[in-house]
Ligand binder design. Structure first.
Ligand code: SAH
Ligand code: SF4
Length: 362
């Protein structure tokens, strides 16, 4: 192994190199004195199987040990919990500086979807969201984002994996690291761009930039209200980027990428679920040429209002369909382990002790 090489492209921002994040050029340099097939072998282990070099038992012991000295995971599992008969799993991770984040893995019949965090906390302050209630801590590094996907890959060997940036944080507020992560997810993990979705609260300048990145990813816009006064109440950043700007950004995204934006709408009882709201949403969805995704609001500690009852959701769906809007209602997963949309707060009472990582025995 070549000595004295420093990590390139790791972008961890924490001073810790990760087994996943150094790019291929880094590994190529480090493995310069190794047989040619080594790089492919390690790469396959890392990204197809999700196994760090220190655990790749087909490597010579000394190489495993040397690599383990150079690269260490940046995510330490604190607790892993499952729900829905094992079809939903939530990880609580500790970061090198002690911050905590969560990711959720959901298994479906023909695929799995991992919901990843892009920030520790969030600065956007949407009142109905547990992450927003907890406030902003910091941006995640590329390594911290990628390792969440690699952990999901390890848990779904050989299966189709989709990635959604719908965990903690606002991905477009961590723009450069998001873009690098997307390129790495597509190139290194070989997950097609069409199987990756970024969800945003509506940061218009970044949405416009994203449209021109040449990435065929999906974009979800968390709309929740289709008139500015109500949306500003629910999603304070609306004051800066009101609905007409959002519609224009969705139109441009579709023109540039050929991909329809989906509008996310958490249905909040008595707040945004009246006929009037459906009519306003229909106008916006048709103008934005967007698909609508309804999610019954999930309970969070800091928000008193509950989700819309099923029958009202049905009426809302019918009203949208009557107006020509394409609409789906999202399957709600993991509510009993606080793993559903908007419930991620990385709160735990588990004592980490002096060691950085340990798995909860449950
Ligand atoms: N910050 C980004 C992505 C993370 S939030 C965004 O806001 O889009 C992922 C999704 O969960 C968003 O659509 C968000 O509006 C939604 N969400 C937040 N709190 C929720 C709650 N309590 N119930 C249901 N959905 C919620
Ligand atoms: Fe942040 Fe999204 Fe939660 Fe709003 S809904 S506080 S943008 S994570």
């Amino acid at each position: 192994m070549t000595a004295g090489t420093t990590g390139t492209g790791a972008g961890t921002g924490t001073g810790t190199e990760s087994p996943w994040t150094p790019d291929k050029a880094w590994y190529r340099e480090v493995l310069a004195d190794q047989p040619g097939y080594r790089l492919d072998q390690i790469w396959h282990g890392l990204y197809r199987l999700g196994v760090p070099p220190s655990e790749q038992t087909n490597l010579p012991k000394h190489l495993r040990a040397e690599l383990a000295e150079r690269v260490a995971p940046v995510l330490s599992p604190v607790v892993e919990r499952s729900a829905d008969d094992g079809r939903t799993a939530k990880w609580l991770w500790a970061l090198p500086d002690g911050e905590r984040i969560e990711s959720v893995l959901m298994h479906y019949r023909d695929r799995s979807t991992v919901c990843v965090s892009s920030q520790a906390g969030c600065a956007m302050g949407c009142g109905f969201c547990a992450t927003g209630q907890a406030g902003y801590r910091r941006n995640l590094s590329v390594g911290e984002i990628l390792e969440q996907v690699v952990a999901a890959r390890r848990a779904t060997p050989g299966g189709r994996l989709n990635v959604v940036f719908m965990g903690m944080g606002e991905p477009l507020a961590n723009y450069d690291r998001l873009i690098e992560s997307l390129h790495r997810i597509i190139a290194d993990l070989e997950i097609g761009a069409r199987h990756v979705t970024v969800s945003t609260v509506g940061l218009v300048p970044q949405m416009l930039r994203l449209a021109d990145e040449g990435l065929q990813i999906g974009l979800a816009l968390s709309l929740h209200a289709a008139r500015d006064d109500l949306r500003t109440e629910l999603v304070p950043i609306n004051r800066r980027h009101p609905i007409d700007e959002l519609v224009a950004a969705c139109q441009l995204f579709r023109e540039r990428t050929g991909r329809r934006v989906s509008l996310e709408w958490a249905m909040i009882d008595g707040t945004n679920d009246a006929d009037r709201d459906a009519d306003e949403l229909a106008v916006v969805a048709l103008a934005a040429r967007a698909h609508v995704n309804l999610i019954p609001l999930n309970p969070t500690p800091g928000w008193p209002t509950v989700g819309t009852p099923q029958d009202r959701i049905g009426a809302f769906v019918d009203r949208l369909r009557d107006r020509g809007v394409r609409v789906t209602v999202r399957d709600n997963r993991g509510t009993d382990i606080d793993a559903a949309c908007g419930q991620l707060a990385a709160a735990t009472t588990v004592d980490l002790g002096p060691k950085p990582a340990r798995r909860d025995p449950s």
